[in-house]
Design a protein around this ligand. Structure first.
Ligand code: ATP
Ligand code: MG
Length: 350
């Protein structure tokens, strides 16, 4: 179990982590979400004693990291997959860690097997692809067979097979009763992986909730309508007091609409409907709504296909996913926002 109590970190006048209090429990994968610069990596570094909190406290099974006599047997972490000595083979990299942490040599073979790197164990890691590097980092985290595992954006840059593998690994580790704490930018990925969510923005806690509750509380529902009589439908819907939003693909979205009532309205006016379906916003949308005030690094010129039609419609409504967690193809409005990385000159600790 990981417990944070009022954890705060300031760099000069910048508050990177602001009075964070939450608990990460065993048996489930806990997703740690937040926009770029929200303070995820800083929080994880403080947890491992790599950064000193300005105030507050963070404990692993009731103790500070520095109080753990054999820390790798309590917590395994991957913060930066590139933080390896490229001249060492995968086997020797893990052997160094094992020997300096009183972990038996046989564990090296075991974890190499677990992450699928046995065949390249004797190859120098500088020739490894990003995915192989991530696997090696995960092998290092697993080396001490710890009860707590923490990964900072482990799926960044991985191909679908690698993402699938990490997802199943994390779920499997949680199913064994371990505590799994993982940060990610990929909301759709978290929807498939995490059961619990911690969301932060500008260092502050925005949500500490189950995935199901998060979607329920933060996503909007609407009705999607497709009709060949677009103008007439808009007029009829407006006259009935509905807000009609363009979905960007020719369909309309009716905020807080009711399928049955909209169907009856269309029938009354003899309007043909090609689609009338209830929708719930995707996790990406729920997340973007929650963190809208906290996004520090915006891309400019993003296309917004969900722009409202007519007067009185809400601004910035986004297009839906079909399922919670789905990111529909060809809808760049959040992709552009998430693509906004922080400036390169900002120092990132390892
Ligand atoms: N060593 C440091 N010195 C000064 N500022 C720092 C340092 N480390 C982080 N920061 C600042 O603290 C804030 C939080 O950074 P952090 O890397 O923890 O965010 P993050 O949520 O991990 O972001 P990302 O999603 O981009 O990885 C940022 O504004 C960052 O610039
Ligand atoms: Mg980070």
């Amino acid at each position: 179990m990981i417990e944070l109590q009022g954890l705060t970190k300031r760099y000069g006048d910048k508050t990177a982590v602001d009075r964070l209090t939450f608990t990460v429990r065993p048996g489930v994968v806990t997703g740690f979400l937040g926009p770029n610069g929200a303070g995820k990596s800083t929080t994880m570094r403080m947890l491992l004693g790599l950064d000193t909190p300005t105030s507050g406290d963070v404990r692993i099974d009731g103790r500070h990291y520095t109080q753990l006599s054999e820390p790798m047997k309590h917590i395994g972490a991957l913060l930066d997959a590139k933080a390896i000595h490229g001249g060492r083979t995968a086997y020797n990299h893990l052997l160094c860690i094992a020997q300096s942490n009183r972990i038996p040599r046989r564990r090296v073979d075991e974890v190499l097997e677990t992450v699928g790197l046995t065949a390249v164990a004797k190859k120098r890691s500088k020739g490894f692809s990003l995915g192989m590097g991530q696997r090696l980092g995960i092998a290092g985290a697993l080396l001490g067979d710890p009860e707590i595992l923490m990964f900072d954006e482990p799926v960044n840059g991985l191909d679908p097979e690698g993402i699938h593998w990490i997802r199943n690994l994390m779920k499997g580790l949680a199913a064994q009763g371990r505590t799994v704490f993982v940060s990610s930018h990929l909301m759709s990925e978290m929807a498939l992986t995490a059961e619990h969510l911690i969301v932060i923005g500008r260092g502050r806690l925005l949500a500490d909730t189950s995935m199901a509750d998060f979607i329920e509380k933060n996503s909007r529902s609407f009705v999607r309508v497709r009709t060949p009589q677009r103008e007439r439908f808009k007029d009829v819907a407006h006259a009935a007091g509905h807000t009609v939003v363009e979905a960007g693909d020719g369909a309309f979205e009716i905020q807080d609409g009711d399928c049955a009532k909209l169907g009856e309205l269309a029938a009354q006016h003899q309007l043909v409907l090609h689609e009338l379906s209830p929708q719930r916003a995707s996790l990406e949308e729920a997340f973007m709504q929650l963190t809208a005030e906290s996004v520090e690094y915006h891309a400019h010129g993003a296309v917004t296909p969900g722009a409202p039609v007519g007067a009185g419609a809400p601004q910035g409504a986004a297009a839906p996913g079909d399922q919670p967690g789905d990111q529909p193809a060809g809808q760049p409005q959040w992709g552009a926002q998430w693509a906004a990385k922080k400036p390169k000159n900002q120092k990132k600790g390892r």
